[in-house]
Design a protein around this ligand. Sequence first.
Ligand code: PEP
Length: 257
Amino acid sequence: ATVRTPLIAGNWKMNFDHLQAIAFVQKLAWTLKDAAHDYDDVEVAIFPPFTDLRSVQTLVQADKLELKYGGQDVSTHVSGAYTGEISAQFLKKLDCDYAIVGHSERRYRHVESDETVAAKAKAARDAELVPLICVGETAKDLERHEPSAVPANQLRGALIDFKAGDDFVVAYEPVWAIGAGAAATPEQAQNVASVLRRVVAQATDEATAQKTRILYGGSVKADNIVGFMKSPDIDGVLVGGASLDVEGFASIVRYKK
Ligand code: PEP
């Protein structure tokens, strides 16, 4: 069976300026330094605001940190007259590994369609970033559809230009669980994640589906992560609020301890 490296990802949203980001990364590196054996097969990634990325890059390079990072969003365009947008190529230049696309705060607050999310995922992939594609249903969706229906549709839409062998990560984030304090149960998350893996297989092939990491996101904390990580189709977590506290995030990273 394929072994998928667990990914623990912290989405800072619009928190921490670049000076705060420097302090955070230094403290995180210090906190995790003597605990390397607790998470030696876990990949850790942070998603700071764009204005922090250059500072994070400098620290990661200077201190040779085992820390990946990426943008919280990306433009569908490569360059040009798109005021305020950030090109995937610019993120790549800053040694980003990832770009989040389709976060629910972008889908709903900024009215991003499945087509836009697909174009962003493609723009990231074309710049050799790994798109971290977020999908998830709202509480309202649940009144009319079974839990996996909306996320599966969103994922089908996002993968329209993807093929077997492409590298991407899927994050299943039920919108009703984001910032809510109450997470989905591991069973709920596993049920949807297994459907999403089938969607990946249909959009690409079985081998790609087996190597693609599917994360759960929505009110993950140190005291509930283990249940998710025990679920066969959940390969990591995307953490919002709880990623803003160094000790809390470090405990999530060290979930095996
Ligand atoms: C998120 O917004 O990606 C998220 C999972 O947030 P929280 O952990 O705060 O629910």
